[in-house]
Ligand binder design. Sequence first.
Ligand code: SIN
Length: 478
Amino acid sequence: MTLPIVVVGSGVAGMATALAAAPHPVRLLCRSSEGSASAFAQGGVAAAVGAGDTPAAHAADTIEAGAGHNVVQVVEWITRAAPGTIRWLEAQGVVFDHGADGELTLGREGGHGAHRIVHAGGDATGAALVRALRAQVERAAHIRWQGGAEVDALLMRGGRVAGVRCRGADGRDEEIEAAAVVLATGGIGALYPHTSNPPGATGSGLALALAAGAAVCDLEFMQFHPTALAVEGHSLPLLTEALRGAGAHLYDGEGRPLMTGLHPLGDLAPRDVVARRVWQVQREGGTTWLDTTPIEGDFPRRFPTVFASCQAHGLDPRRERLPITPVAHFHMGGIATDLDGVTSLPGLHAVGEVACNGFHGANRLASNSLLEGVALGRRLGALLAASLPQASTAHGPARWIERGPGLAEAAQPALRELLWKAAGPVRDTARLRDAWRTCQAAEASGWQVRLAKALLRAMRLRRRSLGAHFRLDCGCSL
Ligand code: SIN
């Protein structure tokens, strides 16, 4: 009997893996109904496809943004694969934006030295990719897609990860034996009070891998996006950086420019610099605003996602300034993998935001994450399909590794506040230590607390600022 590849998570990384694994049977399990973080992505796909641009230049910008903490071999491979990734996405049905000349429209975002961001439907690129790949998944005879499936345990047999247990939408548990298990479960943004991620992005896959003893790395590197719409809620609408690229400006509550004198790039300073400034003004009791009214042209057509979010909250970005707040956006750390998605546990692979392969280093360059998910998902799926028929099946007694019970709903806001204060855009030893002790004392209360403890430990151990990890007490000041 051919055991399936089990892919957990149906963002772009999970779907690309599943599609590329043809003809090997795949079970694609997806927990949430609110969509993956991929679908929320307002950036585009970075690729050196413009005249005069090169993968080497894209790689250099990626390493510059990542503070040199990147794995060069991974950066070089992905940036070289980027133009082919765009072509593959087009073949899957993604319609990228083109100019009147029929050429791809290439945008430029913070940290990129060239126009190399490809969009589909303006600021709705992530949703366009998810729609196209989902249609392919539904057509693919080798993939069995299942929504509402919560994976909460890994099956270990003969020293290998050999399957998963998942609870279906009907509340029934199913044990699935697998030729290989791929975690593509996304990031951890929803562990914080405000995030650009969907509410389900709580690090469930990372917590499962930690419980099983998989090696993790770079957990301290969390990217905060400076401009989400400051409205009620946990998962907040992003106000894409491209708005500032198109002429929007940042102000404090008194109408003073927010970034004056702080960075030569002003409002388009690196994301972490702007996020810390917004954090600081808010901590001092002030308010922070994005003025989108100078943006020229047809706003609803250029930024349909932003426009719809603003309208849903009774705001008109063409006529009034928008209240902003920083949000947890992207986790550079995760389950340690190589370029092939191989983890320290035989049989277990990881891809997309849950994985840490060194592509992003200490800070991700804008629009590099959809690229990474698709490029490495395709690579992993193809590798698995080629190697699994020859791989030996795991033998021996079965042992289940469980993630364990989750934190009670009522206790989750307190954990989020704790992380925001200690593990947000600005950190110091005393807060990290106190938060870690709080988590240590409460770790039996849920897997989210154990995961938070692991994050706080990594943040304590890196006693200097690097990339998105900013330590106020290690010779750095705001
Ligand atoms: C943005 O559009 O500001 C976010 C894009 C990204 O995070 O890549």
